[in-house]
Design a protein around this ligand. Sequence first.
Ligand SMILES: Cc1ncc(COP(=O)(O)O)c(C=O)c1O
Length: 397
Amino acid sequence: MTLVTQKEKTKKKELGFATRAIHSGQSPDPTTGAVSPPIYQTTTYAQQAVGVHKGYTYSRTGNPSVSALEENLSELEKGVGCACFSSGMAAITAVFSLLSQGDHAIISEVVYGGTPRLCNNILSRFGINFTYADTSSETEVKKAIRENTKLIFVETPANPTLKLTDIRALSGIKGSAKLVVDNTFSSPALQLPIELGADIVVHSTTKFIEGHNTTIGGAVISKNKKDHEDIKFIQNATGSILSPFNAWLTLRGLKTLELRMKKHSENAQLVAEYLEDHPKVSKVLYPGLSSFPQASLAKRQNLTKNGFGGILAFELKGGVKAGLRFASSLSLITLAENLGAVETMVTHPATMTHAAMSKEAREKAGITDGLIRVSVGLEDPKDIIEDLDQGIKKTSS
Ligand SMILES: Cc1ncc(COP(=O)(O)O)c(C=O)c1O
């Protein structure tokens, strides 16, 4: 276990983001000096006597490779602690497991489709009630709050329309409910929800955090100790833990997070501007465009000034037919479910990531059948635009 004294921790917190991303939770291995910390591929740990051990007993409860990632993410998100999970959905399940029968939760009406699938099909069977609200509107959130509202779950920017929720404003009206922010689209390199007033941050680390399309993982970072302890209890009790190897790969990805997010944002801005000027494109949604409906909130919420992220959505003239034809005409860009990796990927949310939502719920949330989501990667932007261009041309041939 890396023993970090409180004094050292305070010193580390003063370091810049990129420095923390590279060093937090990771010091050279004390036995060999290995700069890259070893992968602790072990189930259990020898005890010197009954109950006498070095802080680890069994790898569902704790593993040094996973602890290193948890310490790193906690410092990047400015929380008191982090718990890592086997997927983003496992992390979200852990957060909702803080609730009890009879509790009520409010969820952004635009979220990754897996979140309502979990809530509507599984958690509702345990007597937890949900309201889907337009969390970009304080009035709508106030209307949805009930006496038994214990949790407000927002995704901002939301998947796939990029709709924003004002985290600071919601933290002012949430009352005793916990404000949970899914920060997957931005990562802490762009947005710091805890600084803006959130109680808990969740991540699908599968996306920008790991960033290389090689792992599935999730994380929950808490602002206060009690929530962190409760989440750690749930992590151990339910067992949906991250493997040491995936933790190690995720830590490696994190080392370049700030650099990648700046470049993802730079490339996405160029792609968004290209699409906005294209005569065959009817709509482009990207928080860095001045035409974005919530452009000023995007600027306000973006405390790190590292850019507006790598995700954008657009609609082609010609609707669904044109969209589907475009998606299968790309050559460099991959048609895939994931986002947030170095490779540029496109998705058709209505039939892929958000197929679990009803058509009615999708339309209410602005997820039209013709919407295409692009996760802009780190390739040369000229090549990305060229491939998009030839794909768009094919829609009318
Ligand atoms: C915003 C968001 N949150 C959570 C998830 C779920 O993460 P995972 O696929 O790692 O379970 C996703 C997956 O696409 C997502 O986009």
